[in-house]
Design a protein around this ligand. Structure first.
Ligand code: AMP
Ligand code: ZN
Length: 116
């Protein structure tokens, strides 16, 4: 069994509130939402961070971005949203499995979020 938290969400051994899934990516609600809409989009394949992406991962990264608007609208952020990918130590990434935050809601999200 993987000891990666988000790999365990992918394989179903840790529960999550899934909102979108296809063959490449999974999206679920952040457990500590920072805004009314706060979704994490992750690759189903384990990729540690943006610093370890391989050329062949381009389709996965494209899918993560290409689905952001659809997921945001579906979750209650119809008029825009923000995406954030914290990366490694300087980016203060806490979970070492690549993930894209989608934050939004009915109202503007405000200045750059201090901490996601
Ligand atoms: P980051 O700081 O960019 O690595 O963000 C990690 C995010 O994962 C945080 O916003 C956490 O609230 C979120 N998180 C941690 N554990 C879980 C979980 N089991 N289910 C959903 N979200 C989680
Ligand atoms: Zn993983």
């Amino acid at each position: 069994m993987s000891d990666c938290l988000f790999c365990r969400i992918v394989d179903g051994t840790i529960p999550a509130q899934k909102v979108y899934e296809d063959e490449l990516v999974l999206a679920f609600k952040d457990i500590h939402p920072q805004r009314p809409v706060h979704i994490l989009v992750i690759p189903k394949k384990h990729i540690t961070s943006l610093s370890t992406v391989l050329p062949e991962d381009a389709d996965i990264l494209g899918r993560m971005l290409a689905k952001a608007h659809e997921i945001a609208v579906d979750q209650g952020s119809p008029d825009g949203f923000r995406v954030i990918i914290n990366t490694d130590r300087v980016g203060q990434q806490e979970v070492p499995h690549l993930h894209m935050h989608i934050v939004g809601g009915p109202d503007p999200v405000g200045p750059m979020l201090k901490r996601l």
